[in-house]
Design a protein around this ligand. Structure first.
Ligand SMILES: Nc1ncnc2c1ncn2[C@@H]1O[C@H](COP(=O)(O)OP(=O)(O)O)[C@@H](O)[C@H]1O
Ligand SMILES: [Mg+2]
Length: 577
């Protein structure tokens, strides 16, 4: 897993490698400074040796300056490396997600994918930066400082043999607690992002149902979990300061007591003792920093796992790069098809039917009966569990996926327009469509009744999600977009549900007369939308309950007759009103 991530450092490797070198430079000089001070005091001030003091002072200033410079260079290269690393991760994740099949996206869920590309990457970026700076710096500082203490203080350094284990135990105790809190906090982000995304996407529905308060409650709860855990984590982190101070002062008192004795007996000089005070700080702080890096890594471990999961998920659908490129015609055949979304789910079973190229087919059925699932198999948005789906006489899996989808246009139930202009949206269907082609598609889909098919009409704004159009207008734009692909099969999944009956009928008529040879599959709740189809499939609980023309079904199928009577009676009343 770590290798999967580290591969993404790529072109920023050089920055990742020079950072520790800069840090070594910084530390080496930083550790030198207290000893230089000691020399100034013990050899210079004590003997009033002015030239020596000046020489040493210049050396001191230079050391401090270079130490600072190395520190700054280290910070610079570390942020360069970690920001580049994060950007590479995001890019690779996005590329991978674009290759995902519908089933893969279902598996992760959209909010989780977003978290994996944002918060998780941020965590990894931060810990990577800490890692390359501190991981080398702290141990080196620790070792150098210990050596210098031993060098300057001799047996006095034994004080540290007691102090260091005590500090390590204290840090370990505090950090295990913070780790737990931070891990819960970051896990809370997942719920938080889901709630926010769901609500912002559905803000209209939330408002229409006056659900603001309940939804606000859900948000508060998710947000509270994050707040509480961060608070606990920060509180414990805050304890770290006072704890370290207490230990430092305790060590200093012991050092002063013993040091005074050593100085009195002539075993040590004042400057040396002073340098040891400074080293004490360096030793203890390097321990604290190491502990913090370990916690950071542990906290972001979950994030690393979640990112690696995206990066290593192989798209579950083979795009069949070398498959058939040519779809001969718009015929469709389902042979003993069974299908389910997960391992144990069964949504369709024993589905058998044949559609001739150019026919108009209607599909009726209650919600959840499997209509959308059934048509998804034609464009190979999902693969069958068993049996086969054929388009133009070949199994859909034999085609190059792109070539197949080029010929099977689906106007999805939850269709989406993108922010831009009317033209940019329609051109999704065909980037090179001529003006006439656009006009034709707009006429057939009855878009031209609300947008004039000319330059001016086409340059009209479309807001994100097409919110500046009515539901029915949006649906018609989606049909026009699909028609511009000049597909062999057009699937409309409840695509005229928000269009009035008269316009609906005129679209169907235009499709029948103006788009010869196109196989049309129309899913509808409205019987009138499918009545004149060449064949009507009646779906019930994942099976084809009956199939036939309007007349056939009317004479033999009671459910169909009931539906017909309720809907036409409703229609008459509509007409009277
Ligand atoms: N992406 C999905 N993941 C899991 N189950 C799904 C998914 N889409 C639909 N289903 C389930 O499959 C069944 C059929 O749904 P669907 O084909 O959308 O029915 P219809 O279009 O007739 O309303 C339902 O029980 C639904 O819950
Ligand atoms: Mg549906």
């Amino acid at each position: 897993m770590v290798r999967v991530l580290l591969k993404r450092v790529r072109e920023y490797k050089k920055y990742a490698f020079i950072t520790p070198l800069f840090m070594i430079g910084e530390v080496a000089l930083e550790v030198l400074i207290p000893t230089l001070m000691a020399l100034v005091i013990d050899n210079g001030v004590a003997y009033n040796d002015m030239p020596y003091i000046i020489r040493m002072s210049v050396l001191l200033v230079l050391s401090a300056m270079f130490s600072l410079m190395f520190g700054m260079l280290g910070a610079w290269s570390a942020s360069k490396a970690s920001a580049g690393f994060a950007s590479n991760i995001r890019e690779d994740e996005y590329r991978r997600i674009m290759k995902f099949s519908f089933a893969d996206v279902d598996k992760f869920s959209t909010p989780s994918l977003i978290t994996r590309m944002t918060t998780d990457v941020q965590n990894v970026q931060q810990s990577f930066q800490m890692l390359i700076r501190i991981c080398v710096r702290s141990p080196i500082m620790f070792i150098f400082a210990i050596i210098m203490v031993y060098h300057n203080g001799g047996t006095l350094s034994l004080v540290f043999a007691v102090a260091i284990p005590v500090v390590i135990v204290a840090i370990a105790l505090l950090l295990t607690k913070t780790h737990a809190a931070f891990t819960s906090a970051f896990r809370g982000y997942d719920t938080f992002n889901r709630v926010v995304q769901e609500n912002l996407n559905g803000i209209r529905t939330v408002k229409a149902y006056v659900r603001e308060e309940e939804e606000q409650g859900k948000f508060d709860e998710a947000s509270e979990i994050i707040r509480r855990n961060f608070k606990i984590g920060q509180k414990i982190m805050a304890l770290m300061g006072p704890t370290m101070m207490s230990v430092t002062f305790a060590v200093m008192i012991v050092l002063s007591y013993l040091g005074a004795k050593y100085i009195n007996t002539g075993h040590m000089e004042t400057g040396e003792l002073m340098s040891i005070y400074t080293y004490t700080g360096q030793i203890l702080s390097s321990l604290v920093m190491t502990g913090m890096v370990i916690v950071m890594l542990a906290v972001s471990y979950a994030s690393m796992q979640r990112i690696a999961e995206v990066l290593t998920t192989e798209p579950s659908m083979d795009v069949n790069e070398n498959g058939l490129k040519d779809v001969p015609d718009g015929s469709v055949r389902f042979k003993d098809v069974s299908f389910g979304y997960g391992k144990d789910s069964s949504v369709l079973s024993d589905v058998n039917f044949t559609i001739n190229s150019g026919d108009m087919i209607g599909i009726l059925g209650t919600t959840g009966s499997g209509k959308t699932s059934l048509v998804s198999l034609i464009a190979r948005l999902y693969d069958v569990s068993s049996g086969s789906v054929e388009v133009g006489g070949h199994d859909v899996r034999e085609y190059n996926l792109e070539a197949l989808r080029e010929q099977v246009a689906m106007v999805l139930q939850k269709n989406t327009l993108f922010s831009g202009t009317v033209e940019s949206n329609l051109r999704w269907g065909n980037p090179d469509a001529a003006m006439e082609e656009m006009k034709w598609a707009m006429d057939v889909s009855a878009v031209s009744t609300f947008i004039t098919p000319d330059e001016k009409g086409l340059s009209g704004r479309v807001e994100q999600g097409g919110t500046n159009f009515s539901g029915g207008q949006r649906q018609r734009l989606c049909i026009a977009r699909a028609l511009l692909k000049r597909p062999k099969i057009l699937i409309m999944d409840d695509s005229t549900s928000a269009v009035d009956t008269a316009t609906d009928a005129s679209i169907r008529q235009a499709l029948r007369n103006d788009v010869k040879g196109l196989t049309k599959i129309i899913i509808s709740q409205r019987l009138s939308s499918v009545m004149d189809a060449d064949m009507i499939l009646m779906m019930d609980n994942g099976r084809i309950a009956d199939a036939g023309t309007h007349e056939e079904l009317l004479s033999r199928n009671e459910a169909y007759r009931d539906l017909y009577e309720t809907q036409t009676r409703g229609g008459d009343e509509d007409a009277k009103n």
